[in-house]
Write a protein that binds this ligand. Structure first.
Ligand SMILES: [Zn+2]
Length: 247
């Protein structure tokens, strides 16, 4: 392949811009915020599940507490009514009186037992509420962090996109002047060779693979016409010759 030496030199400038584009795209893909956002989003899902369970526990215990409160209230009312009847002397028959006495003792035992239940439910409710409050606080903290991370991600992304646009604006007029076959070869090599299709031959070394060119190859390169497109024997990238090549 043949190409004007100036076009070959220009290819190095294109290569530099393309390396910059690759770097910027890599930075876009690997913003540290992205990994943290993924991590936090997963953690938030877990927290949300836990909060939902905790809310159910609080609701259930609230219902349980109302029920046990109502039960206590009902038994107390009944005992008070019995007490009043006795106080008012409405029960005079000794047999009835004894039965009533027994009933009141039984009611008192029931009240004590229900009050124990009441206390236990209250403690469990308090605990469940604390768990729920803690989870809600953690969720709020996570959301605040996620918002901050998203803002940082968006700002960095916008900056990188702007730089990418700038590089593209520089590259476009550069490549329109380049011969199509040279550019096609370069693109193919860039694709196959980790992003570097053209390299400078500097001080007898290929800057694509960083290997020294042996003397026999150097002699060939030296004798090649200036418009010949030279390739590195080691990495097959396009080797661009300049005054720094050491030929
Ligand atoms: Zn090479």
């Amino acid at each position: 392949m043949k190409a004007d030496p100036f076009a070959q030199l220009k290819l190095l400038d294109v290569q530099e811009l393309d390396a910059r584009t690759d770097l910027l795209r890599h930075q876009l893909r690997t913003l540290p915020e992205l990994a943290e956002i993924d991590q936090l989003t997963a953690a938030r899902r877990d927290l949300d599940d836990q909060a939902r369970d905790a809310r159910i526990a609080v609701d259930d215990l609230t219902v349980e507490q109302r029920k046990v409160d109502a039960d206590v209230e009902q038994v107390r009312t009944r005992r008070e009514r019995d007490q009043q009847r006795m106080d008012q002397g409405l029960v005079s028959n000794p047999k009835d009186l004894q039965r009533m006495q027994q009933e009141m003792e039984s009611l008192q035992r029931r009240i004590t037992s229900l009050e124990d239940d009441e206390l236990e439910v209250m403690e469990r409710l308090e605990e469940a509420q604390q768990t729920l409050d803690g989870l809600i606080a953690q969720l709020a903290e996570t959301d605040a962090r996620l918002t901050a991370l998203s803002t940082a991600r968006d700002e960095k992304t916008a900056g990188l996109q702007e730089s990418l646009g700038e590089v593209a604006r520089q590259r476009d007029p550069m490549v329109t002047d380049l011969p199509g076959d040279l550019l096609a070869l370069y693109d193919r090599l860039r694709e196959a060779k980790g992003g570097v299709g053209a390299a400078l031959l500097r001080a007898r070394r290929c800057e694509g693979c960083n290997l020294d060119i042996d003397n026999a190859e150097l002699a060939q390169i030296r004798s090649a016409p200036s418009d010949a497109v030279v390739r590195c024997e080691e990495c097959s990238r396009i080797l661009v010759r300049t005054s720094e090549s050491g030929l």
